[in-house]
Write a protein that binds this ligand. Sequence first.
Ligand code: CP
Length: 316
Amino acid sequence: MPHSWTRQHLLDLQSLSADELVVLLDTARHFKQVGERSIKKVPALRGKTIVNLFVEPSTRTRISFELAGLRLSADIINFSAESSSFKKGESLKDTALNLEALNADFIVIRHGASGAPHFLSRFLKAHVVNAGDGAHEHPTQGLLDAFTIREKKGRIEGLNVTILGDILYSRVARSNIWALQKLGANVTLCGPPSLVPKIFEEIGCRVVWNMEEALRDADVINLLRIQHERQRATMFPSIGEYAGLFGLNQSRRHLVKPDALIMHPGPINRGVEIDNTFADGAQSVILQQVTNGLAIRMAVLFLLGGGRREEIAAAV
Ligand code: CP
């Protein structure tokens, strides 16, 4: 197992090893404890500057990265695309180079184009962190989901994890698939065939198109919203029909194991992919995922910034 983190950027989970994933999850466990103290701030990134370059909307991820940076004592700049010179035609490359010229040490980027963080990593010296790129990956979401499963179930290896919904357009699904499979979970994907193509079997997932098969043995059920903003065609007849066929609602309660975790990355479309009784019920860990996201993002920034796992005790 590596003793320190050697990567410059966090661009995806596909390229990380199981050992690297475990280092991240273990590091986040320490930072979760920091969040439970009366004084929640540590000096690990004092003097460093983090720019949150969000070119797509976000509630959870942007605020979580901002708070993670603040808790690590970094200076934070929140870049708003709407009020920036993007509006005057400035390119992503020029924008990023200008941010680096202002001594940004980290650029956390969310962008609608798959590969935008990888593109920046080719010419920036700053650490690039992918906060969601198109339908490609959302690595910190995959990590916080894995963290939450491990925290609640005590393990990931051997668990049956069902990811339900719009898999085709979901960066969350892809990051979950890479992380959970490397850590030994059995991943089932379910939704309409137009949104859950068989091709996912080629990367080791089980693909099913009916809810009974998807739910019956699931230890974890991770629900995804329909990514209307990314769909280029009508992928199913109506929202009502989707909710009837693939929504997690009371008519399917008997299919859900009593100890199954109910997860959702947010934002939730209540009454579509999940009803209130599941979203707010005792099995739901949806808000705990948000809390854990903060610890994960602190761990990511800490390790990218050169922090060593052995130094965490002193750092926190
Ligand atoms: N889960 C997630 O990425 O939520 P936001 O789009 O609100 O950041």
